[in-house]
Design a protein around this ligand. Sequence first.
Ligand code: PLP
Ligand code: COI
Length: 364
Amino acid sequence: MTTTPRFVVTPSTHPLSDAERAEQLRVLSFGRTFTDHMVVIPYRDGAWQQGEVKAYGPLMLDPSASALHYGQAIFEGFKAFSQPDGSIKTFRPEANAERFNRSARRLAMPDLPVDLFMEAADLLINLDAAWVPKNVGESLYLRPLMIATDAFLGVRPSNEYLFVLFASPAGAYFPQGVKPVTVWISEDYVRAAPGGTGEAKCAGNYAASLVAQAQAQEKGCDQVVWLDAVERRYIEEMGGMNLFFVYQEEGKSVIVTPELTGTLLPGITRRSLLELARDLGYESSERKLTVQQWRDDVAAGRLTEVFACGTAAVITPVGKAKANGFELSINNGQNGPVTMALREALLAIQHGTVEDRHHWMHQV
Ligand code: PLP
Ligand code: COI
């Protein structure tokens, strides 16, 4: 009996030349350059079909495809890093595969088996291995997504879906690099309400955030900070990043992050830093934190640093927070020592320059 291979690989007939690729990799920002290949796996008749690895390019979609109308669309983001021995490793890809499935369930979409997600990623990364940047702070960003493709206008879960995975060599997410950002605490908009989709990485959450992000920029800020939808007091997260607050308590540094209440995205970087903190001798805590506490604790000198974290942004210091009626400087707008120590420790694990004690790295 022969079994059908899970993927058919059709190499691109027009990959970039070595010189063209080197030019693309010379100066990297975030999300502008894409590698030569992508993976697509269709879902129909209640099952994932044979996948295809092929040249990166446009997708064909029916104009009535339900993702375009009703937003059944989810995505993920994780990174592959070049290692000192020349091999390539990804950071906690199973965690992304599992969160992908939690997002899928919330949007009434089918699960994608974790091993299929992993195999698709390893195949693509190996095929486009020359695209993995070598410099510290640079990586190959993997973007898996799933969209509903039924050509049908009724509002119900689609019967057909498409999983797509592509890759993009990435440098710093913020154009200024690792410099503190200024954040706008949004009082006019909320990101997610209890019972909503805040925990899912679905396209609609990001669409709904854009007007608040534009408002933040009008106010001279880089990013929005979201508050809880009910009391509008508790700090939740940022546009595409979780937040941490560094406290000095009884002579120790404690990293505090808003607890997961169901309305914020359970970040994989967030989860990792809670563990990594202990390795560096810091305490960590997940708890609720109000804007008023933020202001009071900075004023009292107890809250010494604030930073944001996420796959794309790694760890980015927050130097200033603004809202209607007040402005707050944190650590004199400078990068703080705890923030930078955590950033270095995380990057060292990802780039393979220290032992991976938590077994976070996956050999591609
Ligand atoms: N919060 C939001 C809204 C995000 O989009 C992201 C990015 O994925 C994060 C937090 C950070 O999550 P992770 O660390 O898994 O990238
Ligand atoms: C990520 O960090 O992977 C994100 O998805 C954040 C943003 C680019 C949407």
